[in-house]
Design a protein around this ligand. Sequence first.
Ligand SMILES: Cc1cc2nc3c(=O)[nH]c(=O)nc-3n(C[C@H](O)[C@H](O)[C@H](O)COP(=O)(O)OP(=O)(O)OC[C@H]3O[C@@H](n4cnc5c(N)ncnc54)[C@H](O)[C@@H]3O)c2cc1C
Length: 436
Amino acid sequence: MTHPLFAPGFQPRPWWWEAAEPPDRDTALPERTRVAIVGGGYTGLSAALTLRRLGHEVVVLDAERIGWGASSRNGGMVSGGLKVARGPLEQQFGPERAAEIARACGASFPFIEETIAREGIDCDYVRCGRFVGAWTPKHHAALARTVERIAEISGQPAWMVDRAGQREYLGSDHYHGGMVALGTGSLHPGKYARGLAAAAERAGAVLVDQVRVSAARPEGEGFRLLTSAGEMRADAVLMATNGYSRGGPMPWLAKRLVPVGSYIIATEELGEDRIEALFPNRRMISDTKRVLNYFRPSPDGKRVLWGGRASFGPETPERAAPRLHAMMSAVFPELKDVRITHAWTGNVAFTFDHLPHLGVEAGLHYAAGCQGSGVAMATWMGHNAALKLAGAGNAGFALDSLPFPTRPLYSGDPDWFLPIVGAWYRLQDRIDRIAA
Ligand SMILES: Cc1cc2nc3c(=O)[nH]c(=O)nc-3n(C[C@H](O)[C@H](O)[C@H](O)COP(=O)(O)OP(=O)(O)OC[C@H]3O[C@@H](n4cnc5c(N)ncnc54)[C@H](O)[C@@H]3O)c2cc1C
């Protein structure tokens, strides 16, 4: 498909893959292992690294390539619990438990920073801060009610900005001010996925590509995995399939996750001066819309990467791209004629209680549900799942074994209701703005 907005050589695949495409591996499927991890994204790789450090034999299996899923496609915006801190945790759990959960989420941020530094992962990481644009004055007031909690959880300053001061943080008047949170950063997700995989391999983990696991059958003290490359035995299994869990070996997990496509476009190179004018200090940007926008300069400071929920049904990146471009031009009208070089999509996983979950069901361990905000969180969840598996956690993890809700008749396929929910959210966003 061509479109006047597509630059010559337009690619319907992640711009990140130009520098760090997930590589092919030709490792044979081992016959048995102590821990089998299904899913080779940040969750699975981080779990593998920790398990190896604790001396456990571990094999990571991915149906595609290691790092192929959301982990090499995301926006690369790093935060610890920003979304959870803004959610209705206290109503759900009461003040004490809510504080514990928020702290457990916030701890993901120092953990990813420590992981990157310890493993020497070259992934363009910068602690650059984030500006969250308020879509309406009411949203600004709601952000103001959480700003203290965000500063407390992240241990870094966070403050409110009014509309008049907004241009110091964003080259646009589109929002009604917003919030700045300094305990946040940015990285190159493809390089991070590669670096984490390399760290796990260096530590002795076996990473296996192109092996789809279709079933995990209890056998003796462990499991027999049925895969597209034959069978494998494992003493324990960790499911790290997140937004790609549908049709996999753990239907119980798929019934509790709502996979949603998120889409990103990359613009052609604009030059560092134009980028600096749009993104002063190269901060990450997101907003408070129900159908949110998230956008950033590329790590080399030359182009805009613009992400959002361009579609709530199955949609190709080519068809989603012009819609994302329109969203971008609404915020940055000066970019209306700028062309798109890449467009791509990937699955995030939402849960019905808006929280990430980790636990064990019918003997299978799982860690999933990062609500589209999992660069730090998935790394942290994988680590904590590994501690649990190894029996090495010396304190309870607040997200461990929380009640994990599903909905009657929901089997893991949201395609029939997501377009309805998406249309409703879009309408609400429009009404909120008109009423503002
Ligand atoms: C477009 C997009 C933008 C995003 N932006 C951000 C952002 O800016 N900041 C942020 O914090 N988060 C963001 N996220 C979310 C973040 O990327 C994810 O939360 C995180 O990568 C999840 O990692 P994971 O390892 O759990 O899952 P994934 O990386 O999705 O890995 C799951 C893997 O499981 C494999 N798999 C599935 N089923 C099987 C099977 N049966 N057998 C074998 N393998 C299987 C898949 O092939 C896949 O590789 C974004 C996500 C997307 C898609």
